[in-house]
Design a binder for this molecule. Structure first.
Ligand SMILES: [Zn+2]
Length: 337
């Protein structure tokens, strides 16, 4: 029998957007009704490990980044459904009724947690408390002393842990443990794939450190549309400033734009970065405000923050995304006199 819901902590804190002034609370009534109906339809049909051993494991992952991890560990044993595709912003994403049915029919659901999927929090909480399906929040198994909670986030934990490759290695082992608990007869395969991917992640971490080491420390200032890069900054020695804070839900104010523009102009920071899952509008506003202060700042390129890239982008895997990001950052920040 699986030990549902004791190994992984579920979100108990109110969603960030619930505490954000001027932001309407999500009204997920219809999807919750759909969830209740779908769970009732699945009632009593809980799969045993023996059932699961005879067919592929049906897994659902919320973001493309979590899905990459699950597919690397699950390999051919897992039939994976990903709810959010390339370029989709998880802070703003609302579960459709179809998503809810897919979660209700799954053997296991993987998500990031710490309210990254802010507008799905209610659905994930209901899944966690009323369903026998295990729900695994990969960021919530990271030891608290390794998590960041900057003062501006009002006590909320920064959920963007994948930006530090060593933390993503911890998430990898949670996925491994969860799949082994669900499907013990395939444990050997899960362990072998997790070990192989862990070695690749160690190589990736070394690659990031080598690239960053080529950049002099005074050039390691990273300015992006929203605060997705705090873990990257801590792990690899960058000062990080995001315009929109921890989530894309809160709009950047004119004061934030002015403050950042002054910082860029005063310190002659050469490049700002846009993100594929966030509108470039605010970063363009900072650029214009910097220009008005007599300094020209470039857009250093597109970073992948909360979603992988599409097929052919070179960033359609976690490894590709991290390599693209560090290459883009280092190339843009070193390329000036
Ligand atoms: Zn984000």
């Amino acid at each position: 029998m699986l030990n549902h819901g004791t190994r992984w902590k579920r979100p108990t804190r109110k969603a960030l957007h619930d505490r954000t002034p001027g932001i309407a609370r999500t009204a997920p009534g219809m999807v919750l009704i759909t969830l209740a109906t779908a769970l009732a339809a699945c009632g009593g049909a809980e799969s045993t490990p023996a059932d699961i051993a005879s067919r592929p494991v049906r897994a659902v992952a919320t973001t493309s980044i979590v899905a990459d991890l699950v597919s690397r560990v699950g390999g051919p044993r897992v039939q994976l459904t990903t709810l959010m595709g390339p370029g989709v912003d998880p802070h703003l994403y609302r579960a459709s009724e179809g998503d809810v049915r897919r979660m209700a029919e799954a053997d296991i659901v993987f998500y990031t947690g710490h309210h990254l999927e802010g507008r799905m929090s209610r659905v994930l909480e209901v899944m966690g408390t009323t369903s026998s399906t295990p729900t695994v929040a990969v960021a919530e198994g990271i030891p608290p002393d390794q998590l960041l909670s900057p003062p501006a986030f009002q006590g909320a934990v920064d959920p963007h842990i994948w930006m530090d490759v060593s933390l993503w290695r911890s998430a990898l082992h949670q996925v491994e443990d969860a799949l082994i608990s669900l499907d013990p007869s395939s444990a050997e395969g899960y362990r072998a794939r997790a070990e192989a991917f862990d070695i690749q992640l160690q190589t990736l971490d070394s690659y990031v450190r080598e690239r960053v080491a080529t950049l002099s420390p005074d050039r390691r200032v990273l300015i992006t549309a929203h605060d997705a890069f705090n873990y990257f900054g801590r792990a690899y020695g960058f000062e990080v400033r995001g315009l929109q804070g921890i989530s894309t839900i809160a709009e950047a104010g004119a004061g934030d734009v002015r403050e950042l523009a002054t910082l860029v102009a005063d310190h002659h920071i050469p490049a700002l970065f846009v993100e594929t899952s966030v509108s470039p509008r605010n970063i363009e506003a900072v650029r214009a405000a910097v220009r008005a202060r007599g300094f020209e700042v470039r857009i250093g390129g597109n970073l992948y923050s909360d979603a992988l890239g599409g097929v052919g982008s070179g960033a359609d895997s976690y490894e590709g995304m991290i390599r693209h990001n560090v290459d883009t950052i280092v190339d843009a920040l070193e390329g000036y006199d």
